[in-house]
Design a protein around this ligand. Structure first.
Ligand code: PLP
Length: 363
């Protein structure tokens, strides 16, 4: 079998050593003679895993004092409702930049007035809108920093624009698919959340970075399990956490630290994305779908030019035979999507580019 290159959008590639160490822990957890699958999460040797995962998230992202990092179940999708449950008293503002953003907005509507400040839906979410104000009476403003399906990302420049528009309004973000891929100024946010299965861990664990003083201001009763405070007080152990994915998350964080942290991985992510976008832009048959200034470094979406449309299945088959896995675009965009998460190395991207060039030269 040819070497497989994993471009899946999620669940997605993890560092090989994380997968190996996770497999080892399934057989014999850190030499204790038991599988991680069969020990109590209250066992004295599991608590250090949670502590280290929280500490490494804080260290790698530069999380300031006054914030906690918690690990929950339910995925990013549960956060779409948990967040307004805890923060929305009257009104919230949402930037609609894709299907995930829209789903978040939909859930908020059950808790109060949820305003869509701007949307790029009419252009199939190919860009990040900038022409809007943030209502100053909103309890928070919600953004999705990377739009996994459409291959757009809020660049540092666009994030700065949002920060400058906030006024007194607090900012919250879904960072499921670009967390830890670049430095982020956590102090600008009250909540940052995401499913871990894009850049951090196997599916099953959700991270939430919470500014503690943003809690406790809504008048409604919050169910115990949906209250962030419960999980802060319980140190992510109020109930049984997703033990195995949490362990893998800790390993990935260790890997990232050894790699040099988010600044170092950002450099590599920029390089990978530039290589692939350059190949697309200079191709005679492929074309990118997202506006150039809003292109994602994590998810690269491209399609065949109209005159080559009928080659879609043929290229897909060719690429699959060359070991390119998971490059089919999401059904709402079509074409192809290559996800270049942290664990993908430059060699993998070069292999994909070589495959695209080889195909192009044959037709
Ligand atoms: C994948 C994804 C989600 C959904 O995550 P789940 O953990 O499956 O609920 C939400 N938002 C973004 C940006 C995503 O990429």
């Amino acid at each position: 079998m040819v070497k497989q290159y994993n471009f899946n959008a999620g669940p997605s590639i993890l560092p090989q050593e994380v997968i190996k160490q996770t497999a080892e822990a399934v057989l014999n957890f850190e030499g204790h003679g038991l599988s991680i699958l069969e020990i109590s999460h209250r066992a004295k040797y599991f608590q250090p895993v949670v502590d280290e995962a929280e500490a490494l998230m804080k260290e790698l992202l530069g999380v300031p004092e006054g914030y906690r990092v918690i690990f929950l179940g339910g995925g990013a999708s549960l956060q779409f409702c948990m967040l307004p449950y805890n923060l929305l008293e009257k009104k919230a503002a949402y930037l609609n930049t894709g299907v995930w953003a829209k789903k978040a907005l939909k859930e908020a509507k059950g808790f109060g007035e949820a305003v869509e400040v701007a949307s790029s839906a009419d252009k199939n979410y190919t860009f990040i809108p900038t022409d809007y104000e943030i209502p100053q009476d909103a309890d928070y403003m919600h953004i999705t920093t990377n739009n996994t399906i459409y291959g757009t990302e809020l660049s540092d420049k666009k994030l700065q624009q949002i920060y400058s528009k906030l006024g007194k309004v607090q900012l919250v973000a879904d960072m499921s698919s670009d967390i830890l891929s670049r430095p982020i100024d956590v102090s600008k946010y009250s909540i940052i959340y995401g499913g871990a299965q894009k850049n951090l861990a196997p599916a099953g664990v959700t991270f939430v970075i919470v500014k503690e003083d943003c809690l406790g201001h809504v008048s409604r009763q919050i169910p115990t399990m949906l209250n962030y405070q419960t999980h802060i007080d319980g140190g992510s152990m109020f109930n049984t956490p997703p033990v195995l994915p949490l362990y893998s998350a800790m390993l990935t964080l260790r890997w990232l630290k050894a790699f040099g942290g988010v600044e170092a991985i950002e450099k590599r992510n920029i390089k990978k994305a530039e290589l692939l976008y350059d190949a697309i832009d200079s191709s005679k048959i492929f074309v990118g779908t997202a506006e150039k200034e809003d292109r994602s470094r994590m998810n690269v979406c491209f399609v065949l030019k109209p005159e080559y449309q009928d080659l879609q299945d043929d290229f897909f088959k060719f690429a699959s035979e060359k070991g390119m896995v998971g490059i089919k675009g999401h059904r709402s965009v079509g074409g192809f999507r290559a996800s270049l998460y942290n664990a993908m190395d430059v060699e993998g991207v070069e292999a994909l580019i070589a495959c695209m060039k080889e195909y192009e030269n044959r037709i």
